[in-house]
Each structure stands twice: as structure tokens, then as C-alpha cells.
Design a protein around this ligand. Structure first.
Ligand code: C5P
Length: 219
């Protein structure tokens, strides 16, 4: 049994799991792990060090020596703020490419487990419930239809004043999900013991309330 309480929230891109996970963590006073950010940081650090995203040993080396930290809302890489740099669509694609490499996943495993500290952790990603915290007390698979997710990502980008094209975003999300589901290591899939939370037509507050209700149910 996992000693530190862990809530694992997995799901596809732009499903809203990051926002929900963060709010649940705040409500419970738990720590929060955005595991996708670690893959994004690895992809960005690889670019900066001139390592190709296909070079498994090279990228695993980058992942193992990642000088990165979460500092409140800021994400710092090599002592520079990388919070917005890691959110670009290009780095999202790079993250899903490097995330398919087994040596890269292995290099990030212990680091992710290290975030499980008292009084508890809410972790979001693709394999939180399957690989990183298989004994999590609560597992949630949070999803939404591709159309709803593309719309959310579109609004997010437009809100940041970035160029956004709905058709391109939809195609990119679908390609990324297909890669995440098809890979041989830690593919994106709902675990048999995970609760399904479909957020089509469900606001953030309602999704947060549902996760908290499941958590209370577990005592
Ligand atoms: O969640 P986010 O979009 O930031 O994740 C970026 C990419 O990192 C995903 O498309 C996925 O390929 C990868 N990832 C993963 N395992 C995780 C979290 C993210 O493979 N636990």
C-alpha cells in the first residue's frame, strides 16, 4: 500500500486534468505533480543541448540530469523561467515523442515518485495510476471528447494571445493521443481500477467536486 496518500489523475491532452488536479490538491492541502511538465522540460532541455528527440540514450541523459524545479506557479529550467516555453505546441509534440522512449521514462520514474510527500499528492499525467503510483488510493481517468478538448486548447491559446487554428489543433491533439495510446511503454489507457470522469458538459467545479466526493468515499 502506498504510505503517502496519492490521487492519480490520468487522461488525454487538454482534458482539463491539470486544472482539476491542481484544484483538488488545493482543496485537500496536498502537493501537486504535473508529470507532463517533466516530459516537456526534457524535450525543451534536449533542444537547448542540441540533442535530437529521437536519440534515446541522449534524451535519457538529459532527463536524468534535468536541472528543473516547480516554484509555485513557475517552472524553472537551468535557473531560467521556462513556464511559457514548455507550453508551446512544438514542445508538446516533442514531449510526446521523448515520452515514447523507455529509457527516458525510466530516467524520470524515481523523480516523480519523490513528489509523494505528506500530507499527500495529487499527480496528473498518463501513467500515474498504472506505472508511477500503481498503489494510489484513488485513480481517476479524466477525459472529454476530441472536439471539446480541441475547443478548450483553442481558447487557452487564444487567451494567451497566440495564433490558434482549430483544425490544426484538433489534428495535433488526435496525433498526440494516438501516439500516447499506441506506444509500447506506459500507454495511455484507463486502468481497470480507475474511476471514469467524462468532462464533456461538466465544468471545472463539478469535476473537482466529483473527485473530492470519491476521495471522501474512500475514507
Ligand atoms: O500533459 P501534457 O500535455 O503536458 O504532456 C505532454 C506529453 O508528455 C504527453 O503528450 C505525453 O506524451 C507525455 N506524458 C507521458 N506521461 C505522463 C505525462 C505526460 O507520457 N505521465
Amino acid at each position: 500500500m502506498q504510505l503517502v496518500p496519492v490521487i492519480a489523475i490520468d487522461g488525454p491532452s487538454a482534458s482539463g486534468k491539470g486544472t482539476v488536479a491542481q484544484r483538488v490538491a488545493e482543496a485537500l492541502g496536498f502537493h501537486y505533480l504535473d508529470s507532463g511538465a517533466l516530459y516537456r522540460l526534457t524535450a525543451l532541455a534536449a533542444v537547448r543541448r542540441g540533442v535530437s528527440w529521437d536519440d534515446e540514450a541522449g534524451v535519457a541523459g538529459v532527463a536524468a540530469t534535468l536541472d528543473a524545479r516547480f516554484d509555485g506557479d513557475r517552472i524553472v529550467l537551468d535557473e531560467r523561467d521556462a513556464s511559457s516555453a514548455i507550453r508551446s505546441e512544438d514542445i508538446g509534440v516533442g514531449a510526446s515523442r521523448v515520452a515514447a522512449l523507455p529509457a527516458v521514462r525510466a530516467a524520470l520514474l524515481q523523480r516523480q515518485r519523490g513528489y509523494a510527500r505528506m500530507p499527500g499528492l495529487v499527480a496528473d499525467g498518463r501513467d500515474m495510476g498504472s506505472v508511477v503510483f500503481p498503489e494510489a488510493q484513488l485513480k481517476v481517468f479524466l477525459t472529454a471528447s476530441a472536439a471539446v478538448r480541441a475547443e478548450r486548447r483553442y481558447k487557452q491559446l487564444a487567451g494567451r494571445g497566440e495564433q490558434a487554428d482549430l483544425a490544426a489543433i484538433t489534428a495535433d491533439l488526435e496525433a498526440r493521443d494516438a501516439r500516447d495510446r499506441a506506444r509500447t511503454v506506459a500507454p495511455l489507457a484507463q486502468q481497470p481500477d480507475a474511476r471514469l470522469l467524462d468532462t464533456d458538459g461538466l465544468g471545472v467545479e463539478a469535476a473537482v467536486e466529483q473527485v473530492l466526493a470519491w476521495w471522501r468515499e474512500r475514507g
